[in-house]
Design a protein around this ligand. Structure first.
Ligand code: KG4
Ligand code: ZN
Length: 350
């Protein structure tokens, strides 16, 4: 079984081919970083145009690398949301067109489900598992019960963690995308120098809040006369440690909740771009060991946006008969657990 996956929901144009025996035959990612760099962040209109230019080329490249033709595919999967709608439309339309022209089933994939199921592409990870999804747009803890079956345990009441990394990097003059730059600077910094807050610490549940952490970075920087290279490294390290400790503290609560509701679950899975961060990985590894859980962190190139995760989620859905019509509408918003109650304290100034 071979499935083509197309991903265009943010600032990467990506296509990949994966098999049901977990082989990645091709995984091509074209980053738009250079196109957005002058603006210090992602510009949706620029992203949509770049996807329009690149998607068919990247799909062609993936098929060539895999050494197959469309006729060899079992299905075509494309991200149909959530994300920047211009880009999502380009990828979804491309997937539908290939499916129509090659008489293949089409699978509309939720980008977040792509991140959520990546762990099962790299190894034997049975349902249920606890998922910590940390990306540029999302920061959530979910019980993954099966394909298409998610229970949200906690989410952020303000910024996503990747967003907090990106905004902090901007404050430090490190540019976009901030996560990898903060991690690089932090390597030479003193994580104990600045005493940043650990938002939501001690509160019940496992919701997150990161906007205060970013504000605290800004205020602290304002107290420095001149920001030196050492200050930048120390702040990057202090921020990264605060983020890692906060994640670990909130995830500890989530593990208790998960063990209660899903006593057979043994795996803690981390997904999304921020999962590539090694300091965060270290904090979560310590937590998993203490809690008797097995930690699964996909390799960095499968944590950040890619086509393989969409192809794999498409394959998981396809083999359960979950295909979609060509009239499936792209969605800017598409929660994994639409029935989840709003985050605790959301909208309440604490
Ligand atoms: O999953 P992703 O590629 O795109 C979204 O779906 O949002 O995540 C992108 C986010 C960005 O905010 C980026 O700064 C962050 O992941 N990121 C990192 C690292 N690599 C990427 N954050 C911290 N450390 C990293 N090494
Ligand atoms: Zn993503």
């Amino acid at each position: 079984m071979l499935v083509l996956g197309i991903e265009t929901s943010c600032d990467e144009t990506a296509a990949a081919v994966v098999s049901d025996d977990r082989r990645i035959l091709a995984n091509v990612v074209l980053s738009q970083i250079a196109a957005h760099q002058p603006y210090g962040g992602i510009v949706p209109e620029v992203a949509a145009r770049a996807h329009l230019d690149a998607t068919d080329v990247i799909v062609g490249q993936a098929m060539a690398e895999a050494g197959i033709g469309f006729g060899d595919l079992s299905a075509v999967a494309a991200t149909a949301g959530p994300g920047l709608i211009g880009g999502v439309l380009v990828g979804a339309m491309t997937g539908k067109a290939i499916a129509l022209a090659s008489h293949l089933p089409f699978v509309a994939v939720n980008h977040l489900e792509g991140h959520a199921l990546t762990a099962r592409l790299i190894g034997e990870v049975p349902f249920p598992y606890l998922l910590l999804l940390i990306s540029g747009g999302h920061c959530q803890l979910l019980a993954v019960e099966g394909v298409g079956r998610y229970r949200r345990l906690g989410t952020t009441i303000d910024d996503a963690l990747g967003e907090a990394f990106d905004k902090t990097a901007k404050l430090l003059g490190l540019g976009y995308p901030g996560g990898p730059k903060i991690e690089a600077k932090a390597g030479a910094g003193d994580p104990k120098r600045f005493d940043l807050p650990r938002p939501m610490r001690g509160r019940p549940g496992c919701d997150f809040s990161f906007s205060g952490l970013k504000t605290s970075v800004r205020r602290t920087l304002e107290t420095l006369n001149e920001v030196s290279e050492t200050d930048i490294a120390d702040m990057a390290a202090s921020f990264q440690l605060a983020a890692a400790e906060t994640l670990a503290e909130r995830s500890r609560n989530a593990i208790s909740m998960f063990k209660e509701s899903h006593p057979t679950g043994r795996h803690l899975v981390v997904a999304g771009g921020v999962a590539a961060n090694r300091c965060i990985g270290g904090a979560l590894a310590e937590l998993a060991t203490a809690e008797g859980m097995t930690l699964v962190v996909p390799p960095a190139n499968l944590c950040t946006d890619n086509g393989a995760m969409i192809a794999w989620a498409g394959l998981e859905r396809f083999r359960l008969g979950m295909t979609d019509g060509l009239d499936f509408k792209a969605r800017p918003r598409w929660p994994l657990d639409p029935d989840a109650p709003p985050a605790a304290f959301a909208g309440v100034k604490a």
